[in-house]
Design a protein around this ligand. Structure first.
Ligand SMILES: Nc1nc2c(c(=O)[nH]1)N[C@H]1C(S)=C(S)[C@@H](COP(=O)(O)O)O[C@H]1N2
Ligand SMILES: [Mo]
Length: 199
């Protein structure tokens, strides 16, 4: 046995990847909702992509479940500074849903049952980085966390992950949503700490 630094215990630092700046880890799953939790029966649930031409692409619940499913394990980061590691979801990739959608638009506005909206660049929904998620840790996504289904876009602050998602509108220009209109950043990259407009 050679020299052991006093106080060195457990895993080396490099085994614990950094969190985005200004974030702390939580083991809980806090609920953050701007309004009441909508009740959305599965038999009337639908997800709609509306192109800038007005063309609509619709999926019922059964049609969504019949698409190829993915099970991403991701870290999530809320702008209120909590982060949660290794959350496991099941859902359909936006790559799958956007496949065959004819568009020249560069932005989307996601909209939810209950009226919430949030904006993202269309490219951020592509490349295996965004899902319509319906299952959390192996169980149906609880209503307070966005069930029946929510957007999951973990590389951006979690307000971009619209709960009770109903659809996305493809828009030629960037149209701020609920929190963005209230002063939150248009893009919301946690690694660049883009919390508020001007960050
Ligand atoms: N429809 C809807 N989606 C929403 C919100 C909301 O108020 N309504 N809050 C956002 C915010 S600020 C965060 S941090 C996450 C919280 O998700 P959770 O309640 O599952 O933790 O949902 C986001 N999606
Ligand atoms: Mo949030």
């Amino acid at each position: 046995m050679g020299i052991v630094s006093p106080g060195f215990q457990g895993r080396p630092r490099s085994a614990e990847p950094a969190l985005p700046p200004g974030q702390y880890l939580t083991q809980d799953f806090p609920v953050l909702s701007a309004g009441p939790t909508p009740k959305v029966p599965l038999d009337t649930w639908e997800f709609v992509i509306t192109a800038e031409t007005g063309a609509e692409y619709r999926w019922s619940w059964d049609e969504l479940m019949a698409l190829p499913q993915e099970t991403p394990t991701v870290d999530i980061h809320c702008v209120t500074r909590w982060s949660k590691r290794d959350t496991t979801w099941q859902g359909v990739s936006l790559d799958t849903l956007l496949d065959g959608v004819d568009t020249g638009a560069h932005y989307v506005q996601a909209h939810s049952y209950g009226g919430y909206t949030t904006n993202l660049p269309l490219d951020d929904l592509r490349g295996g980085r965004a899902w319509v998620a319906h299952t959390f840790e192996g169980a149906p996504l609880p209503a307070e966390h966005g069930g029946p289904a929510r957007l999951l876009v973990p590389h951006l602050y979690f307000w971009k992950s619209a709960k009770w998602v109903r659809g996305i509108r493809l828009t030629p220009t960037d149209e701020p949503g609920f929190w963005e209109t209230a002063g939150y950043h248009d893009y919301g990259d946690p690694w660049r700490e883009q919390r508020y407009q001007g960050d």
